[in-house]
Design a protein around this ligand. Sequence first.
Ligand code: NAP
Length: 294
Amino acid sequence: MATRLAFIGLGIMGTPMAEHLVRAGFDVTGYNRSPAKTRRLVEAGGRAANSIEEAVADADIVCVMVPDSPDVREVLAGTGGVFDTARPGTLVIDFSSIRPDVSNELWHQAKAKGFRLLDAPVSGGQAGAVNATLSIMVGGEVADVEAAQPVLQAVGKTIAHVGPPGSGQTVKAANQLIVAGHLELLAEAIVFLEAYGVDTRKAMTVLGGGLAGSAVLNQKSEAMLTRSFQPGFRVELHHKDLGIVTSAAREAGVVIPLGALVAQLMASLKAQGNADDDHSALLKLLERLNGRRS
Ligand code: NAP
């Protein structure tokens, strides 16, 4: 019999991940706060549930992919949440990017209630979710990471167990620091190149072939050149992640000057009404700073 899997949070990332799990042979039941988003999973051969309780009732494994720490808290530890309604012993894989300390705290609650919890945030963007090529940074106990392998391999390509509970979130925070810095410098390079009127598309190709090349440049430069900022990865979520990394760095006594600067720029972009744009809209902010378009 197929392994029964509940998937909670069917947004930009959760939907393609759940679809891959159906294709990999799991019996997938999805739940999303706004019910319309279960449609694609049902079309792919999964089922839709009307509540967390209904989704997790018979599940062997529960996957979660919601935006932020309070959302994961509510889904797992809230009234009618997973810890209230799933069978003890169930393996819970949280793919969301949240605060490492919250992840760790939820792991202790899970353990006390007889659940097995992994933090398994991902990187690779929407394209990584659609192509099942995500990088997955996993925190948790060895036996649980082994039990989760069929699920992780169905949605990811590079999978690393990076340490005890919460460690996956720490690595993800570093990931978001690096991505934000790359995006900001890419935006600055584009404004600079356009000021000189060079062929920016050719410039991106040649830069991409050298030391300046990066996954950020490969995946985001074309959309930035055409000013297509539909998400992707929403500014709101990257603002959340930069809050996580700046506060975690502060707690560890680590100074991250460029990270702090780009966190302020992302916060400004959000404050200017761009929360639902793709994070590559940092280019818009830079154009405003330069007195060019808006
Ligand atoms: P998203 O498109 O906003 O999807 C989140 C989904 O979670 C929404 O469909 C939302 O439903 C649902 N949700 C929120 N609270 C819920 C609850 N209490 N119960 C059930 N469903 C709930 O966000 P996303 O881009 O998929 O990102 C999800 C997570 O992955 C975030 O932590 C993000 O930082 C991380 N991530 C994203 C990317 C990316 O490129 N997008 C890449 C790597 C990691 P509603 O429709 O009701 O709002």
